[in-house]
Design a protein around this ligand. Structure first.
Ligand code: ATP
Ligand code: MG
Length: 395
C-alpha cells in the first residue's frame, strides 16, 4: 500500500483542447512551490499524483496554495483489489477517525472488475457496519464519505480531502501587465487575475521627489507579496516626475488626472508590448473616484488598443478589503505614504471628461518625447523565489 496525494482540478478538466498545456503548467508550478522537498509526480489518465517521500503534511499544506487545484485528496494505492483485501486495509486506515454515519462511493473505470460499483459499495459498507460499532449508513448527509476507485493500473481508497485554491494554473492563459500602485485595489486586482491563470509583470509610476522612497518600498513590498502567487514577479518602475510636472504646468487642473492616467495607460501599453503581455490589469472600480466614472474610464481607455482587465470593477470597497486581508496585502496598502496621484489631485477633477478636450490639451505638451524618455530610463526590479522563504507564514 502506498499513501499519496491525488489532485483534482475541476474546471481544468473541461478544457479538453488545452489539457496538455494545463497539466504541464500545473506541474511546473507545483515544482516551484515544492522547491527543496523530496517527492515525485506521476500522471495516470486525467489524474495527477504527488508522492511525498517525506514531509507529507507540509506538502499537502503547500499544495493548498497552488492555483488550478480544486481538491487535494489523501489517497491509498493498492495492487490487490479483492473485497477482503480492500476491506482489511480500509478498516486499518480508518480506525483512527471518529464518525457516526458514512457512505461508500465506488468508481469503476476498470470495466473488467467482476462486481458493479453498487455491489462493491454494498459489500464494503456491510463489512464496515459489522466491524465498527455504532456506525450507520447515511446516503444524504454522511459524516464520512469513503471513496473507492477501481482503475486498471491500481485501486485507490480515500476518505480525507482538503479544499484547493481553485482557479487556473498561473501562466496558462499567458501574460498580463498589472498597474500596481500602493493602494488597496490594485494588489487585489492582480491577485484575482493571477488566479485566473494570468502570469503578471507589474508597473509602478513614481514621481520623486514628490513621492518618497517609502512609497516605492511599499509597492515593492506589495509586489513581493503578489510574487508568492505569481511564482516570481518583475516590477517595472517608471519615473513619472517630468511627465507629471509638465501636465501640472500646462494643462487645466480639472483635467490633470484624466491626462495623467492617459499617459500611464500609454506607457503601460508600450511595456506590455515589449514583454509580450496580452492585457493590462488595474484596480479601477466603477464610481470609486472621479477618474473611475464610466465616461472617465472610456476617455482614458481610448489611448490603448490592448484589453484592460479590471477585476475589481464591480466590487465595493468592503469586498475589496476582505480579499486584501485574505492575501495579506492590506496591512501594507494602508501604510500612509503618498502615491503620485494623491499629490497632484486637483480640487475639482472633471467627472465627465471630454475626449476632444483631452486631445486638445495634450497638444500643449510634447508627451511622446517624454514617454520615450521615461521608457528608456525605466528600472526593473526582479522579485525572485528566494525571497519567498521569508513569507511562508503568509500562506
Ligand atoms: P489603488 O487602491 O489600487 O491605488 P485607487 O482607488 O487609489 O486604486 P486610482 O488612484 O484612481 O485608484 O488608480 C486606479 C488604478 O490605476 C489603480 O488601481 C492602479 O491599477 C492604477 N494606478 C494608479 N496609480 C498608479 C501608480 N502610481 N502606478 C501604477 N499604477 C497606478
Ligand atoms: Mg491609488
Amino acid at each position: 500500500m502506498q499513501k499519496l496525494i491525488m489532485l483534482k482540478y475541476g474546471e481544468l478538466s473541461t478544457k479538453k483542447g488545452n489539457i496538455g498545456l494545463f497539466l504541464n503548467t500545473l506541474k511546473e508550478n507545483i515544482v516551484i512551490t515544492l522547491d527543496n522537498l523530496d517527492y515525485e509526480i506521476k500522471f495516470d489518465k486525467g489524474r495527477m499524483f504527488v508522492i511525498p517521500h517525506d514531509n507529507f503534511d507540509l506538502i499537502v499544506h503547500k499544495l493548498q496554495n497552488v492555483f488550478g487545484i480544486h481538491e487535494i485528496v489523501i489517497a491509498y494505492e493498492f495492487a490487490d483489489n479483492t473485497i477482503n483485501s480492500m476491506a482489511t486495509n480500509l478498516l486499518d486506515l480508518i480506525k483512527d477517525y471518529e464518525f457516526q454515519t458514512f457512505k461508500v462511493i465506488t468508481k469503476r473505470s476498470n470495466k473488467s472488475y467482476p462486481l458493479t460499483s453498487m455491489e462493491v459499495s454494498a459489500k464494503i459498507g456491510g463489512i464496515l457496519l459489522k466491524n465498527i460499532p455504532k456506525i450507520k449508513v447515511d446516503i444524504h448527509h454522511p459524516e464520512k464519505i469513503i471513496n473507492i476507485e477501481l482503475r486498471k493500473e491500481a485501486t485507490y481508497l480515500y476518505f480525507e480531502t482538503f479544499k484547493g485554491k481553485g482557479g487556473y494554473p498561473v501562466g496558462v492563459l499567458g501574460k498580463g501587465l498589472l498597474m500596481l500602485s500602493g493602494g488597496i485595489d490594485s494588489p487585489v486586482a492582480g491577485y484575482l487575475s493571477i488566479k485566473r491563470g494570468v502570469k503578471l509583470e507589474a508597473v509602478y509610476f513614481e514621481s520623486p521627489p514628490h513621492t518618497s522612497q517609502e512609497a516605492k518600498n511599499k509597492v515593492i513590498e506589495l509586489a513581493k507579496k503578489l510574487s508568492l502567487y505569481n511564482n516570481n514577479l518583475k516590477l517595472h518602475v517608471i519615473n513619472f516626475t517630468e511627465i507629471q510636472e509638465e501636465i501640472y504646468k500646462n494643462i487645466p487642473h480639472e483635467y490633470l488626472i484624466t491626462i495623467m492616467r492617459r499617459m500611464m495607460y500609454r506607457i503601460s501599453e508600450a511595456i506590455a508590448h515589449d514583454i509580450k503581455a496580452k492585457v493590462l490589469v488595474n484596480g479601477e472600480s466603477i464610481g470609486q473616484v472621479a477618474s473611475q466614472t464610466l465616461t472617465s474610464m472610456s476617455v482614458i481607455n481610448e489611448v490603448v488598443k490592448l484589453p484592460v482587465i479590471r477585476p475589481v470593477a464591480c466590487f465595493d470597497k468592503v469586498e475589496i478589503i476582505k480579499i486584501a486581508r485574505e492575501i495579506a496585502t492590506y496591512e501594507t496598502s494602508i501604510l500612509p505614504f503618498e502615491d503620485c496621484c494623491t499629490i497632484f489631485v486637483p480640487k475639482h477633477p472633471v467627472i465627465n471628461p471630454e475626449l476632444t478636450k483631452c486631445i486638445e490639451y495634450e497638444k500643449l505638451i510634447d508627451y511622446e518625447t517624454l514617454i520615450k524618455k521615461a521608457l528608456k530610463n525605466h528600472e526593473v526590479i526582479k522579485i525572485t523565489s528566494d525571497y519567498q522563504k521569508n513569507y511562508e507564514d503568509i500562506l
